[in-house]
Design a binder for this molecule. Sequence first.
Ligand SMILES: [Zn+2]
Length: 221
Amino acid sequence: MRWEDLSEPWKRSFVQAWDAYNNGSIPIGAVLVDREGKVIIEGRNRVHEETAPINQICSNRLAHAEMNVLLQLESNDYQHLGEAGIYSTMEPCIQCFGAIILSKVKNIYFAALDDKLAGATTLKDKHGFIDSRKLVINGPYPVLGDIQMVLRTDFLLRYEADRAEDLIAAHAIDYPIGVALGRHYFQTNKLYEVKGKREAFPKFFDEMAVRIKEMEKAHIR
Ligand SMILES: [Zn+2]
């Protein structure tokens, strides 16, 4: 998998996640696409930031990527959302999954599984109202999920050291390679060194994708 082969929604979602990392917020990005798959709204996590564009939230534990996408919708938009889709680099949490359902977005795409922690899409079949919305949930996606976990692991070790190991242990159940690579990037400061450079991310994406494939092969042997 290479950056240039990624679809536009994934590219834009990961650039948003990288922007969040660069600004000290949890590296998760999201976009909303219309029925043709065209990106119409972008958003990202801003929990640790003091500013946000109009209609978005920051400096609050609820300032998640998907929320910052959905909060940009206006009341007239909802009638057109039946075929829309939301992309996120991480499985939506209980809050965001609820917000997606209430926003009437049916199609959900997420890169990394998070069902050991806050991820909530497994509630799909366990609640009558949610079931009635006939959601189409796509994900997790191989490689993309590991790349998300590289960012997440580096972020946790760097900014949330007191609780990082507990969370990383949960992520490592599904993403041992992404977590191991995230530790490597943290120790070598490779991501942090280019913090703030948006154009640096595609090169890192390709480098991470190659390393992930190499580690998978070594693991299988
Ligand atoms: Zn969330």
